[in-house]
Ligand binder design. Structure first.
Ligand SMILES: CC(C)(COP(=O)(O)OP(=O)(O)OC[C@H]1O[C@@H](n2cnc3c(N)ncnc32)[C@H](O)[C@@H]1OP(=O)(O)O)[C@@H](O)C(=O)NCCC(=O)NCCS
Length: 177
């Protein structure tokens, strides 16, 4: 499929699209990626949360990896999100990885996940990263497929736990940028 996918800075124009994305993620039960509870995304939400995102992007939160957040859009349609963490903290190495990406469920299987990762890895490189760690639940076959398609080299598989997924196996892949 030919997409016009772009990764853009978070902006007020796409807040309602982001809310729809979060609704779809909750309806599908995909909460391990931590979408925002949709009922909290009201008129003041963007300005209220901006300092939180700005501080992370500037690396101002002690002990928390510097992180950059983007929204993925195709023309005026909100598609998904992309996050890049440029520090290799213990949490990045053993849990969340350098990269996070997600597509709204109504758009799964159309090539958007592959495209978000492609654009996102270019962003990671532009942020002076030489390699990125992608961590993925052993059960997440579509993401494993995409990561391997993008040249991910399996480093190992470790035991992991979080409140949403419980005990699970986590694959760790490195991608050279
Ligand atoms: C993972 C995710 C981003 C994929 O998005 P998507 O837009 O559906 O991805 P694409 O359409 O680009 O690609 C899906 C690929 O998975 C493949 N796939 C689907 N189900 C599969 C399965 N059970 N086993 C192996 N491959 C599978 C598809 O064939 C396709 O590959 P192809 O294009 O080479 O044929 C999306 O499911 C998502 O947002 N999930 C929730 C968040 C998440 O898991 N993020 C990744 C965290 S590591």
């Amino acid at each position: 499929m030919k997409t016009m996918l772009e990764l853009i800075q978070r902006c007020p124009e796409f807040v309602s699209g982001y809310r729809e994305y979060c609704r779809e993620m909750y309806a599908k039960g995909v909460t391990y990626f931590r979408p925002t509870p949709p009922e909290t995304i009201d008129e003041g939400w963007f300005q209220r949360t901006k300092p939180w995102y700005d501080q992370r992007e500037q690396g101002l939160v002690p002990g928390v990896a510097r992180s950059y957040h983007y929204w993925a859009v195709d023309k005026d349609r909100f598609i998904g999100e992309f996050q890049c963490r440029t520090d290799f903290t213990e949490k990045v190495l053993n849990d969340i990885g350098s990269i996070g990406y997600a597509v709204r469920p109504s758009e799964w299987g159309k090539g958007y996940g592959t495209e978000i990762l492609r654009h996102g890895l270019a962003i990671a490189k532009s942020l002076s990263m030489e390699k990125a760690l992608l961590t993925v639940n052993e059960e997440n076959k579509p993401s494993i497929h995409i990561i391997e398609k993008r040249g991910g080299i399996l480093s190992d598989t470790i035991d992991a736990y979080n409140e949403v997924e419980g005990d699970h196996l986590l694959r760790r892949y490195w991608i050279t940028l």
